[in-house]
Design a protein around this ligand. Structure first.
Ligand SMILES: Nc1nc2c(ncn2[C@@H]2O[C@H](COP(=O)(O)OP(=O)(O)OP(=O)(O)O)[C@@H](O)[C@H]2O)c(=O)[nH]1
Ligand SMILES: C[S@@+](CC[C@H](N)C(=O)[O-])C[C@H]1O[C@@H](n2cnc3c(N)ncnc32)[C@H](O)[C@@H]1O
Ligand code: SF4
Ligand code: SF4
Length: 331
């Protein structure tokens, strides 16, 4: 088990397989012009597999595949197959916008995917189109139903924004009451050079929980396992599902942070809020350097993993805590 300089252990990698996405959620893709990483700089699946295998030797047990939109990348299912074959025992999860899942859920099940996080900020179709730029609300609802039908564990991610979807907390609570899903409200984070974040959008977790409590009887669930995510989860009395909050802004969870991020062009980021990156691609592509060199950098990076909330307090970039957009970091 590898420890960082603040005594935390790393057991979880978030790997972005692409920076491309078929949606343009206004809180995430703030890059005005379409500006994607050049194909030649995107890691091949073989290179990604090498990174994952190296991470496993550092006792990483959980891998989340994210993006951009992971299902936009060609042969993504084949990559899942490679991971299943080459990394048995690894807990592989996916975070997706759900819009491209149509017809793929049986294959996911077959490939051993048991858990999936699907983003859905609103239960209103017109609002969905307004927030994401595409009219795909039906597809996401269908994807959630398909995943539940095939027995996958589903978490819903909803970025909570005052003036945008704060009037839907009761509706989402009902959604979680009537389906076996965790609906997690995420506080809007000021990520990306020209982030659209404004304090007027801020909806702190305590206000969300107060609004949920007004319509349901909820009880906090204690965290148990090292790989429990950053969400604080609440059971709903007589509900099939649960409600959660990811309070990255108002009540940070940096002291239990157990994760590293790798972008699709092979840059290791030790904190969502820090622009400091460690370039793994040149090592992967060097004919001279092997896994030992990769591991050396990964260990060194981990030692210097910061406490993100301190960067948030400083907010050196004005509105934003870091310059890279969320869709190219992976969330
Ligand atoms: N600040 C911060 N936000 C995070 C971190 N990990 C995840 N998030 C945010 O939480 C939201 C949901 O992330 P997911 O991709 O669903 O991953 P997760 O919450 O770790 O998932 P689980 O392991 O299923 O709980 C996204 O907006 C992420 O950016 C983190 O370490 N720090
Ligand atoms: C960057 S997306 C990538 C995966 C996939 N495209 C999706 O939407 O689930 C991962 C998560 O980051 C969240 N996210 C994006 N921008 C955010 C922001 N500024 N603040 C909080 N969460 C954000 C999204 O809602 C999503 O749940
Ligand atoms: S990466 Fe995810 S959150 Fe960002 S624009 Fe695409 S679908 Fe929306
Ligand atoms: S802000 Fe950085 S240190 Fe804090 S929980 Fe997120 S990734 Fe970890």
């Amino acid at each position: 088990m590898i420890h960082d300089g603040h005594g935390r252990t790393v057991s979880y990698i978030r790997l972005s397989v692409t920076d491309r996405c078929n949606l343009k959620c206004f809180y995430c893709r703030t890059d005005g012009e379409e500006c994607f990483i050049d194909h030649s700089n995107i890691l091949s699946y073989e290179e990604m597999l090498r990174l994952v295998q190296a991470a496993q030797t550092m006792d990483v047990t959980k891998l989340r595949l994210t993006g951009g939109e992971p299902f936009v990348r060609r042969d993504f299912l084949a990559f899942l197959g490679m991971l299943r074959e080459e990394c048995p025992g690894l807990d592989v999860r996916i975070t997706t916008n759900g819009t491209l899942l149509g017809g793929k859920v049986p294959a996911l099940k077959h490939l051993g995917i048991q858990r999936i996080n699907i983003s859905l900020d609103t239960l209103k179709p017109e609002r969905f189109a307004h927030v994401t730029g595409r009219d795909f609300h039906d597809r996401v609802l269908q994807a959630i139903d398909d995943c539940l039908h095939y027995g996958l564990t589903v978490k819903i991610n909803a970025v909570a924004m005052k003036g945008i979807n704060d009037d839907e907390i009761a509706a989402f609570t009902e959604f979680a009451k009537t389906r076996p899903v965790d609906v997690r409200f995420i506080e809007f984070m000021p990520i990306g050079g020209c982030s659209h974040w404004k304090k007027e959008y801020a909806l702190p977790a305590r206000d969300i929980i107060a609004a949920v409590s007004a319509v349901a009887d909820i009880t906090p669930v204690p965290k148990h396992a090292i790989n429990d995510g950053p969400a604080r989860i609440y059971e709903i009395k007589d509900g099939l599902g649960r409600i959660g909050v990811i309070s990255a802004m108002s009540d940070h969870f940096c002291d239990t942070c157990n994760r590293l991020r790798i972008t699709s062009d092979g840059r290791l980021r030790t904190c969502l809020f820090s622009d400091k990156e460690y370039r793994l691609r040149p090592i992967l592509r060097s004919p001279r350097l092997g896994n030992e060199a990769l591991l050396r950098v990964m260990r060194l990076a981990t030692q210097h993993k910061p406490l993100g909330y301190k960067l948030l307090e400083k907010r050196l970039l004005g509105n934003s805590v870091c310059s890279k957009v969320m869709s190219s970091i992976g969330g």
